[in-house]
Design a protein around this ligand. Structure first.
Ligand SMILES: [Zn+2]
Length: 144
């Protein structure tokens, strides 16, 4: 377990229900001394300030057993590979829920490569996280 802390925006012990908007979580820290050192360094002499220190565990998303190795994944976005399901889509092959990603395409002027208006076009690309490569969030430039 590692230690984390959140600066509290209230003084503990007030009569109302104390509430701190969840903002920045600091950490992880190895022990109490490291937490105290960080707090003293970031808020020197701020003796009235209070902190919520807690233990936490950092976890990652457990990989799906249906997920194919990266080299076996096909290109994303072919609607023929999906079936409609409850207002969304499911993968025909694995039954996984289809995810959509907004791909950003910068708009460039045709005759001057690299020059643009600073504008972009967005397109939604669908993909199965088990069977398909994740679409790059930045697409190739569109020339106008
Ligand atoms: Zn799939």
């Amino acid at each position: 377990m590692k230690l984390f802390f959140i600066p509290l925006d209230f003084s503990y012990g007030r009569p109302s229900d104390p509430c701190s908007p969840l903002g920045f979580v600091y950490g992880p820290y190895e022990n109490d001394e490291a937490v105290e050192e960080a707090i003293a360094r970031i808020w020197p002499n701020d003796k009235k300030r209070q902190f919520l220190v807690f233990e936490g565990q950092i976890v990652k998303v457990k990989p799906s057993t249906k997920e194919k190795p990266e080299y076996e994944k096909r290109e994303p976005g072919d609607m023929a590979n999906y079936i409609k399901d409850n207002g969304g889509y499911k993968c025909k092959d694995c039954g996984g829920v289809i995810i959509d990603v907004d791909v950003k395409y910068p708009i460039h002027i045709h005759h001057t490569p690299g020059a643009g208006f600073g504008k972009c076009q967005y397109k939604t690309v669908f993909y199965c996280p088990n069977c398909e490569k994740r679409p790059n969030s930045y697409g190739d430039p569109i020339y106008v």
